[in-house]
Write a protein that binds this ligand. Sequence first.
Ligand code: ATP
Ligand code: MG
Length: 183
Amino acid sequence: MRLSKIKLAGFKSFVDPTTIPFPSNLVGVVGPNGCGKSNVIDAVRWVMGESSASRLRGDSLTDVIFNGSSSRKPIGAASVELLFDNTETTLEGQYANYAEIGIRREVSRDGVSNYYLNGTRCRRKDITGVFLGTGLGPRSYSIIEQGMISRLIEAKPEEMRVFIEEAAGISKYKERRRETSNR
Ligand code: ATP
Ligand code: MG
């Protein structure tokens, strides 16, 4: 499974609908300070279910919506979709047969946030469930942001364990066990 495209609209500085293609396994995003490079990564973590405003570099969850500039008015909603090519290395289980997997999140100014999996409305849990154990997730090691290496070095053993369990592919079983014992 490989990220092939990100579609953004109304998300942070990406006010107009924008498609960012990732045509190969190695892509560099370059540009001057403040042009929106980190906003692209924020968009990826947001769709995957990040629910902490500060981790998205804002004060509230609606801060991800374009809030206006010197030449444009604020708008009412933000939407981001990640498209994954699932033809080469595929996800296991129920998603194995999909050639493309699209996950989308939308939020409006009233704070209502909706998730979609291949166009069908779903829960946040369904989105995190697709990627659990793959290393991709709002806080997993596939996104190494500024300060993360020192956080890992300074992590307490139980925090470090969360990363190791995700890398070992066992976090999805632990999550299922937790859900079963909560029932
Ligand atoms: P650097 O090279 O300094 O790391 P960068 O390319 O990573 O810069 P970002 O942090 O991605 O830049 O983008 C910052 C820009 O995004 C700022 O100009 C900021 O005004 C704009 N921005 C962030 N949130 C919003 C929002 N909700 N509405 C409009 N613009 C926003
Ligand atoms: Mg940046």
